[in-house]
Design a protein around this ligand. Sequence first.
Ligand SMILES: Nc1ncnc2c1ncn2[C@@H]1O[C@H](COP(=O)(O)OP(=O)(O)OP(=O)(O)O)[C@@H](O)[C@H]1O
Ligand SMILES: [Mg+2]
Length: 156
Amino acid sequence: MTPDEPAPGHARPPAGGVATSVEDGRAEYPVRSEEDLLEARHAVRAVCLTVGFGLVDQTRVVTAASELVRNAYIHGGGGTLTIERLARPSAKGVRLTVADAGPGIANVDVALTDGYSTGAGLGHGLGGARRLMHEFWIDTRPGGGTTVCATRWTSG
Ligand SMILES: Nc1ncnc2c1ncn2[C@@H]1O[C@H](COP(=O)(O)OP(=O)(O)OP(=O)(O)O)[C@@H](O)[C@H]1O
Ligand SMILES: [Mg+2]
């Protein structure tokens, strides 16, 4: 872990120390139906290509996005995905923000544990998404919805 990566499951955005800018092309997608989930995956893949990720990194980011939007759809009652292209002096990145107004997550540490699910899933989505990304934070409160923000950087 590098100094500007947050601790796993960090509840706040990373403080950072590296100048990061958000490039043009911020886009928001609804997460309200199965079709939306597919469209969100395609949109993330397209942005990953423009950022210059190789196939393995593209797949990492698309897989993380897929898990997060599916959680917003299934557990959060639907929400939105925002995709941003980031730039800092030595790298480019993609930031995914998935927000819903659902019931929230009672215990984030427990929810991140592999195998924990309150639904019919395997309980690997949230923890898996965190492992696939460089920065990951969750803002949630009971009854107040959930926002997950996850970033991956190019290695160059
Ligand atoms: N957006 C959300 N709103 C409310 N609860 C959530 C949300 N995302 C995750 N959770 C809670 O965290 C648990 C773990 O999520 P995780 O994605 O790891 O597993 P899952 O969705 O149950 O199964 P799967 O392995 O299919 O993803 C969920 O079962 C749910 O209780
Ligand atoms: Mg899940």
